[in-house]
Design a protein. Sequence first.
Length: 97
Amino acid sequence: MVSDFSHRVGIRLVDYLEKGATITDSYYTTLLDKVKQAMVSKQQGKPSKGVLFLQDNASSHMAAITQWKLVDLHFEALTHPAHSYDLATLFPNFKNI
């Protein structure tokens, strides 16, 4: 599995999870620390206006420890709609995969 953390001007971090492994809340919070480190190292003196995260409602994303880590890192999590009709029309056969 690939986790891609992007910025409007490019990719900040790509993480590869080994086959058969699952993303737990502790793994995800460690990954958030890596995202913060990648941001600092690639910032190059540019001011940051904050970090917005768009993530789904996976258990590792919704766990209390993850929510506290986002607050600790000063990241803001955007709400993800449970179902988006716009996206559903783009991928009509998604449930069949």
